[in-house]
Design a protein around this ligand. Sequence first.
Ligand SMILES: Cc1cc2nc3c(=O)[nH]c(=O)nc-3n(C[C@H](O)[C@H](O)[C@H](O)COP(=O)(O)OP(=O)(O)OC[C@H]3O[C@@H](n4cnc5c(N)ncnc54)[C@H](O)[C@@H]3O)c2cc1C
Length: 526
Amino acid sequence: MTLETPTVEMHPQRWGDPAAATELPESARGLVELAFGLQDRPATPGTPPATALDESLLDGVREIVGAEHVLVDDETRALRTRGKSTPDLLRARAGDLTDAPDAVVRPDGHVEVAAVLAWADEHRVAVVPFGGGTCVTGGLAARRQGFAGLVSLDLVRMKRLLAVDDVSMTATLQPGLRGPEAEALLAEHGLTLGHYPQSFEHASIGGFAATRSSGQSSAGYGRFDAMVVGLTAATPTGSLDLGSSPANAAGPDLRQLLLGSEGAFGVITSVTVRVRRTPEVTTYEGWRWPSFDAGSDAMRALAQAGLLPTVVRLSDESETAINLADPSSIGGADDAGCLMITGYEGTAEQVTARRAAVTAVLDGLGGAALGEEPGQKWLHGRFDAPYLRDSLLDHGVLVETVETATFWSNRERLYAEVKAALLGALGEGSLVLCHVSHVYETGCSLYFTVATRQAEDPLAQWQVAKAAASDAMIAAGATITHHHAVGTDHKPWLAQEIGEVGVRMLRAVKAEVDPGGILNPGVLIP
Ligand SMILES: Cc1cc2nc3c(=O)[nH]c(=O)nc-3n(C[C@H](O)[C@H](O)[C@H](O)COP(=O)(O)OP(=O)(O)OC[C@H]3O[C@@H](n4cnc5c(N)ncnc54)[C@H](O)[C@@H]3O)c2cc1C
């Protein structure tokens, strides 16, 4: 089964569907002016450098995918330049398209992908797999030095639901399906994946797998890597077809080696994922906690009792106050405390039972129930923040996020030290907000959002803060990334996390599957 709808292209200098772009809302304008002052920072258009690949070389790849699927025009190449982190947007807004690919190649199916890799290997052309282009870690800005050129391997034509097994509750999906497209195809079978990262509307199935993404409903549906039971991948030295059973003891799990490999080991050409029935009932609600510590302890209690809702997230005091700064919001900022969102999805029976059990625990721990209004508000606004980032950048406010994870016993330290590092680097008047975004029995993920007045060079300004936050994460014994992956931005810290032997293992796999080093050079592997 396939989809006929065209993929919505994001604006090269902004997030999301250009038709959904918004101005800074009037209600926020005054607050922003007060906090940071308003500046006018318009974007400058840019043009990619001329393509480095000559026509005779491109003829070889045209024979594989068809001439109409090898694109060298400036507009298409601009759309495949880097991802959507704030540094990526700042570079794009400055008209810097120096990382543009020399060509965009659109294969259809595993066989064509494998043939393109063989062509690239033979001609020393670097290949960057491209899913949705929502990467926030520099994973689409591969190194081109030492190569004849660089192509973006755009998987946009690979948008089929290949198989559904509703006895085993699995579905096999091609990598180019965007989140909503995959959900629409599964919904025709009464099924859902339940994977809703904030980038859901534009990110792809292959990208979710290649970055080990985690969605907002991870407490109920799990991380994306936990959903994958099988995958196929093409490498320059051959193909992999993994996952002949739900679990096995056949040596280390090679599926896990490909998940999170960010295009450096191979191109994921299909994934078989565990699916669930489309929920009959969905309910989202809010809780208030007197402090971030109290709310975090409640989350831990739920996780350790095996009583997690489908969605559970907790804003710290600053993030709660900022949310409440919207006059249409619930409550008053004075007694805001910390806002928790809980959500339940499933059959009516499952939702009733889980909601009652969770409510009893949260009541018992001192949470104040706020009813469904905050839950609905979160649900309807949950994909809006990246659009707001664009409006803030237009007005000279620097906004970016960092994320990490640790064990419960280390949560307080990690929170305090990353926050202090960000505030220290960005200076007086900056805002650092945080929420607990994903929880496990043993620990949780912390997601920080910063906002500050843009300096003359906002890119350099952010790089100092990013380095300080990353150093603080590693110093606190936490991970450099819970779900954004490594790319090029987190690479300088990876060796400290996985150790020298870990780095050698990654390099050894790379050398074996991609001896020419054409796949995403410079990404992931230190
Ligand atoms: C506003 C915003 C919000 C976000 N929210 C979340 C969130 O809530 N949770 C979360 O986990 N992430 C989030 N992200 C990060 C990003 O959306 C994820 O990393 C996502 O999984 C990337 O998917 P993609 O299809 O866009 O991949 P791309 O950006 O196209 O690629 C990401 C990396 O994977 C490689 N790759 C892509 N497809 C394949 C393939 N088929 N085979 C091999 N390699 C491949 C690329 O070369 C690149 O290195 C967010 C990003 C933004 C901009």
